[in-house]
Design a protein around this ligand. Structure first.
Ligand code: FE
Length: 284
């Protein structure tokens, strides 16, 4: 049994993307700040409509997956295939860009809090050219498991095992075997969970404070905490409790060539993607 340690902390960098949506970027703020196969994590959180109203008008993606998890707010997704998805509080959209998708993600509210995450997960080389696909997962399709001692876990991907009972999330069967939990803990409550040895894992605290591992090391709020290898993770909430997302996946160990929304293995493939986009063949 090896308890994972908090190995590296990546504080968020304020940034903006799309047509001017204000974001907090942890993973993905530089090429060094990735955790194979995770490429990027953005948190958007604002009460001020000016920070999000411009949204993300039509833009392309190729070669990876985007996972949008709305905590608060309402966003409409439309893609070149004619798919429409209306994401509301608690919903998740799991999009596999594969060979290519052109889509828009536009806030559907004029005021109030907009809060959520967008995570980018890389695809293995063999799956970068597969047809685009996406799944909208409604909040009620995501199992919520109460923890003894308070708190709860929402199981978006992977399988939660607590006190011998297993609960699987709606996302299963992907080759990176992702685990995506949204965990809420009471003050000083401890959450311990198994993680496959060799899978890369990190967590991000969006409310309260948490300490991680043994010996415990504090994870500052709004930071990605990258974990060492091991078969278990342990997180203890601070005095105000904590809410964090826990992510783990099987690393690809493949070269990454990225140019904005295109993530391939080589520079040549990036040039091809740009050319395909410019000539209308990205999604063909
Ligand atoms: Fe997008």
């Amino acid at each position: 049994m090896a308890m994972r340690k908090l190995q590296q902390v990546i504080p968020v960098m304020p940034t903006s993307d799309g047509a001017g949506v204000k974001l907090r970027r942890s993973l993905g703020q530089s090429q060094q700040a990735r955790l194979d196969p995770f490429l990027m994590l953005d948190e958007f959180s604002s009460e001020n409509a000016d920070d999000y109203l411009a949204g993300f008008p039509d833009h392309p993606h190729r070669g990876f997956e985007t996972v949008t998890y709305m905590l608060d707010g309402h966003m409409l997704h439309e893609d070149h295939l004619g798919n429409r998805g209306d994401l509301k509080s608690g919903d998740v959209q799991w999009m596999t860009a594969g060979r290519g998708i052109i889509h828009s993600e536009m806030p559907q509210q004029l005021q109030g809090r907009m809060r959520g995450f967008q995570l980018w997960i890389n695809l293995p080389a063999a799956e970068k050219s597969k047809p685009a696909a996406y799944r909208d997962i409604l909040a009620e399709q995501i199992p919520t498991v109460a923890l003894s001692g308070g708190g709860r876990v929402k199981v978006i991907a992977g399988t939660l095992v607590v006190e011998g009972a297993a609960k699987s999330g709606p996302i299963q069967g992907l080759s990176t075997e992702p685990l995506y939990f949204d965990v809420e803990l009471r003050p000083q409550q401890t959450f311990v969970h198994g993680l496959p040895v060799g899978h890369n894992a990190f967590l991000y605290t969006c409310e309260g404070t948490a300490s991680v591992g043994e010996p415990a090391r504090a994870l500052p709020p709004r930071s990605a905490g990258l974990l060492s290898d091991g078969d278990q993770v342990m997180v203890t909430a601070g005095d105000e409790g904590a809410r964090f997302i826990l992510l783990a996946a099987k690393p690809l160990h493949q070269p990454v060539a990225q140019y904005g929304p295109f993530v391939m293995n080589t520079r040549e493939e990036i040039e091809q993607a740009i050319q395909d986009y410019q000539t209308g063949r990205l999604t063909a």
